[in-house]
Design a protein around this ligand. Sequence first.
Ligand code: ZN
Length: 268
Amino acid sequence: MPELPEVETVARGLQKAVAGDAVESVWIGKRPQVLKSAAREIEKAVTGATIAAVRRVGKHIVVDLQNGSAPVQWVVHLGMTGSFVVCPADAPLEKHTHLVARLRSGRELRFVDPRMFGKLAVASTAFSAAGAEPLEIGAEEFTALFHGTRAPIKSALLNQALLSGVGNIYADEALFRAGIRPRRRSHTLTRAELRSLYDAVREVLHEAIAAGGTTVNDYMNALGESGRFQFDLRVYGRETEPCLRCRTPIKRIVISGRSTHYCPKCQK
Ligand SMILES: [Zn+2]
């Protein structure tokens, strides 16, 4: 499932590729599952609009459109298997394509999603995510946020109402770097531990963004390329393999239904 670095990578790629372009026409498929606004509403907002900018808000991609005098936001969520890509108009149409926007430049912006957990919507008021932005939150605010919950720290990191965009892979990686056991109750962590975790979360997200995200199953960037951060994972997906720091086998447990990886020696 795409997490913050993957969504950031897609948004940056699209910003580079399509900002300043305009949508000439749009085709929307017949599967209603991914449409969170009515098809005719999306069509009306997008057709003829200039793409002012593309950016990430939480785990959403927000396309700022200028259509006539009113700014409109086109909000896209990749769900589990969604991809939002720009390609030449003659590129073969993939199965499970739910939207094709024909651009003035002759290219197309396509939304493809086999499992249909993704979302397409338009909004006329500023779109915002529920939780705090992990790359913008301050250390004090971060500490207060996690001292305010008794949930295991792994679950708290995944709680999108607290932090927006940190998913399973980066939660495991950040806890390893901070030396904290995933089952520890959030409110029992010391200020120093939360400070290390704060630094680790930001470090791991920045490194993953620099590597173009993590491709575990089928994530692709805006140009249809894979990420490279899967080669830098220290605990995630490394069950029974030796810890890179102390050689102890990495353990896998399940917390709130999510697969969790940690080193029983390095993480306290
Ligand atoms: Zn270790």
